[in-house]
Design a protein around this ligand. Structure first.
Ligand code: ATP
Ligand code: MG
Length: 426
């Protein structure tokens, strides 16, 4: 690991300008950690001895992002750089937020308030790496370790407990012994953390290269404090293929697949996931063990039950379960009963190409693709309502069997009897 960090020119210029005005400034936290690991940082945070008012005076146009906590954002093109004054967090009252923050001119005080040693390093071209807590050593050894006494740090802010697990999964690191003991001891404090924040951390963990590390939540006894029904998940059933594309619905579905669709949806609602993700996970948990179909018509019928994206996700999920379990068992043991699905990996390859073919041809698999619309039926005298819906569904069912019949002419002739009887009703 090389300690010269490729700071973007714009961040460099912000730091230089602060320096010219007599202030210290560094890039800090996640971007330093990720750069040292050779990972692309998400954003570049800057920490400075300048007070927010001074930063604003120097840069003119700034955005008050978190002015109370000393953060202003400086825009450079489309990129925002958060510049935060060195600070000491006051007393934590609710196990989550400091009651007050105090500004300081001492960088070390600012680094001390940060959660883990690997997140508590600062860097500037002028000073090089500032690593006061052995962060570099922990990076080299793949360790998540609290800055200071772990029990104190988790008591101050219980969110750090989940951040520890999440970083372990994202970076493939171990949690150092004292920190891990404190995680176990203080896991009940997670009740003080908002469900949204819990969810963000768990989602990041699932989207990471080590999604199976979700087991850590159970290993440290945190599961009862995640949400009302989260603890009903059986940790021995957790098996999320890291090769599964890193998408929210897909990874949550893989993780929750042994729950009923209702139970999975409930857990996700408790965790405040968005409705679209919940709907997708519900469909995926409902379908992953059901056969997609052998014949083209059967496959079209399955496809018609969900959005095209969800159908693609369904195939990916099935394939990943087959592949991962097979890999894990490596021919020695049976695939666990709870992961048996009706297809084989060969079937999945066939289904991939069959669904692509069906789509390529444009076979009708949804009401939207039907040659007849509700308007057509109304024009023919049918009243809007249930019967109209049923007629369209019957048309769809027929063209799913026989795609060539998806023409207005055929369908209206074939179903005109139904339309006729309906429109003649009193
Ligand atoms: P990510 O890759 O998710 O952005 P990050 O480490 O950059 O990871 P942020 O939430 O962006 O995480 O926080 C930036 C920095 O602020 C962290 O690196 C850490 O130094 C500090 N920090 C963030 N959250 C906490 C917290 N709850 N307690 C203490 N320090 C924190
Ligand atoms: Mg960050």
């Amino acid at each position: 690991m090389n300690a010269a960090i490729p700071v973007p020119r714009q961040a460099e210029e912000i730091i230089e300008k602060l320096n010219q005005n007599g202030f210290e400034a560094y890039v800090v936290g996640g971007c330093v950690r990720d750069s040292l690991l050779g990972r692309e940082p998400g954003d570049w945070d800057i920490t400075t001895s300048a007070r927010p008012a001074q930063v604003k005076a120097i840069f003119g146009r700034t955005i008050d992002t978190g002015i109370k906590h000393g953060t202003v954002t400086i825009m450079r093109g489309k990129t925002g750089y958060e510049v935060t004054t060195f600070r000491i967090d006051g007393i934590y009252e609710d196990g989550r937020h400091p009651k007050s923050v105090e500004f300081t001119s001492d960088l070390l005080e600012d680094l001390k308030r940060r959660d883990f040693t690997i997140n508590a390093m600062a860097y500037s071209r002028k000073t090089g790496l500032i690593d006061a807590f052995g962060g570099m050593d922990d990076l080299r050894n793949g360790r998540i370790r609290c800055v200071g006494r772990a029990e104190d740090r988790f008591t101050e802010d219980a969110l750090r407990i989940l951040r520890a697990l999440r970083f372990a999964a994202q970076l493939g690191f171990e949690i150092e012994a004292e920190t891990e003991a404190a995680v176990r001891l203080l896991a009940p404090k997670l009740v003080q953390v908002s469900r949204e924040r819990i969810q963000t951390e768990l989602t990041k963990l699932l989207l990471s290269p080590n999604p199976d590390q979700m087991r850590l939540v159970f290993a440290c006894g945190a599961e009862p404090y995640v949400s009302e029904t989260f603890a009903q998940i059986r940790p021995e059933q957790i098996a999320v293929d890291p090769q599964l594309p890193s998408r929210k619905a897909l990874r949550w579905a893989a993780f929750l697949r042994h729950e009923t669709p209702e139970a999975a949806a409930r857990i996700l609602r408790e965790l405040k996931l968005d409705n679209e993700t919940i709907a997708r996970v519900r469909l995926l948990t409902e379908w992953w063990r059901q056969p997609v179909g052998q014949t083209q018509a059967e496959i079209r019928r399955t496809m018609s039950r969900m959005l095209p994206e969800t159908c693609d996700d369904l195939l990916l999920l099935k394939e990943s379960v087959l592949r991962y379990d097979r890999g894990a068992q490596a021919g020695t043991a049976e695939i666990p009963e709870w992961d048996r699905i009706p297809e084989t990996l060969e079937d999945m390859a066939r289904l991939q190409s069959q669904t692509a073919e069906i789509r390529g041809r444009g076979d009708c698999i949804s009401l939207k693709m039907l040659a007849v619309t509700g308007q057509d039926l109304i024009r023919l005298g049918m009243r809007p309502g249930r019967e109209l819906g049923t007629t369209l569904e019957a048309m769809l069912a027929e063209v799913i069997e026989r795609p060539e019949r998806n023409t207005k002419e055929y369908l209206l002739r074939r179903f005109s009897g139904d339309a006729g009887t309906d429109c003649c009703r009193p």
